[in-house]
Design a protein around this ligand. Structure first.
Ligand code: NIG
Ligand code: FE
Length: 406
């Protein structure tokens, strides 16, 4: 596709490229009656329609608001089985951590997922990823972590690759070291460092390693060992931390230069200051607050302290069955106190930075031409609408994806 000029844009709204922190998260550029020139899948020019250059092709968007494609920086979209019995038990008062401690929760999903073939996992994951795409995600991270044994972890990552081969948007795979086996955890950690991480790195199956640092999962010391092994193999590192208890994972991650620390529902002032003083992205997951009834991560205070905040769905069967990336932003505005402008930055350039990417998330010259045309002429509808899809068309590299049935 050589060159297309997109016209009929009531408002084009974008953060600047690259990660933004603190008050800069509110500084959006807004073009009224705008046009967008795409050349070879990249943004070549953006501005007022009256100043637009001529182009070979034009595409009239009919008065829609246009925003950058969203980046979903945290999903567990590959799983088998379900957690509906857990859900009922939790509604009856059993805490999430107790289900896990009894061998249910994440461990029940591990049993179902480890028993599934790679093709079955890919078949289950594809419609979930399509739902995220329809909701506006043009880049989506997908974690392993329900395999536990190394072959099953490999099947999960191969399933991501299988779906990604014919998927219209970018999928970014992460190796998640989720829960230790009930016995021989020391040997397991050693095996992950000496066998699994080197094998995943050598086969290019993941770009980063994530660890669940929590009382019912890995200690801070184990997490340090795992992340150090990941870095030694040239992989990025990130962390699930402070979901239930602030154990020191945030401080560890910031010290190691992690790409992101995710969850943060139990974070306090010390963790907020550590994140504000680092380049590590603070990724909040409001679907978990809604579904588990946890405290909301302190995103308002994180932004005010000067941190880089991102938002993700955390799509997974246990803590966040949230199949919409734009709804995650809408929840971050209600539950975590972000402004609409901050939420847009959190869901685009900052979410990209949480994956180590700076080539996307903004509609400025030289960025990937991943963008959304909304049903509304006002971009704020993206974080206003609940329960219907505010996204009309999803463009990846300037091409309209056919996934949007609405
Ligand atoms: O991000 N907390 C750890 N991991 C996932 C939940 C996984 C599950 O419950 O299946 C999370 O919340
Ligand atoms: Fe998660």
């Amino acid at each position: 596709m050589p060159e297309t000029l997109f016209t009929g844009i009531s408002r084009l709204v974008t953060p600047p490229p690259g990660p933004q922190r603190g008050a800069a998260m509110r500084e959006l550029t807004m073009w009224k009656d705008a046009a967008l020139l795409v050349r070879d899948g990249m943004v070549a020019w953006v501005g007022a329609a009256k100043d637009a250059p001529n182009a070979e092709h034009t595409h009239d968007l009919g008065g829609a608001a246009v925003v950058p494609g969203l980046v979903d920086p945290h999903t567990h979209a590959v799983w088998a089985g379900d957690r509906l019995a857990d859900f009922e038990a939790r509604l009856a008062g059993v805490p999430y951590e107790d289900l896990l401690a009894r061998g249910g929760g994440i461990r029940s999903t591990v049993r179902a997922t480890a028993a599934a073939s790679e093709d079955e996992l890919a078949r289950l994951a594809a419609p979930r990823l399509q739902a995220l795409l329809r909701s506006g995600a043009t880049t989506t991270e997908v974690k392993s972590g329900y395999g536990l044994d190394f072959a099953a972890e490999g099947r999960m990552l191969e399933a991501v690759r299988e779906v990604g081969a014919s998927f219209p948007c970018a999928l970014v795979p992460t190796l998640l070291i989720h829960v230790p086996p009930p016995e021989e955890r020391e040997a397991y950690v050693r095996g992950v460092c000496e066998d699994l991480i080197p094998a995943v790195a050598a086969r290019g199956l993941a770009t980063a390693v994530d660890v669940f640092c929590e009382r019912e999962a890995f200690t801070v010391a184990e997490t340090r060992t795992l992340l150090t092994a990941a870095r030694a193999r040239g992989l990025g590192v990130k962390l699930h931390a402070d979901q239930f208890h602030a154990l020191g994972g945030v401080e560890l991650a910031c010290g190691l230069g992690a790409l992101s620390v995710d969850h943060l529902e139990a974070s306090g002032e010390g963790q907020i200051q550590a994140l504000a003083g680092s380049n590590t992205v603070a990724t909040i997951l409001p679907g978990v607050t809604l579904h588990l009834g946890l405290p909301a991560a302190p995103a308002r205070r994180l932004v005010d302290a000067g941190a880089r905040v991102a938002v993700g769905t955390d799509l997974n069967p246990g803590s966040s069955p949230l199949f919409s990336t734009s709804l995650a932003l809408a929840l971050a505005v209600r539950l975590n106190g972000l402004t609409p402008a901050e939420a847009l930055t959190a869901g685009t350039v900052n979410a990209a930075a949480a994956l180590g990417l700076t080539d996307r998330g903004a509609l400025t010259s030289g960025q990937r031409a991943d963008f959304l045309a909304l049903h509304s002429a006002d971009w704020r509808d993206l974080v206003y609408t609940l329960g219907a899809n505010p996204v009309r068309d999803v463009f990846v590299g300037g091409r309209l994806t056919k996934e949007n049935g609405l």
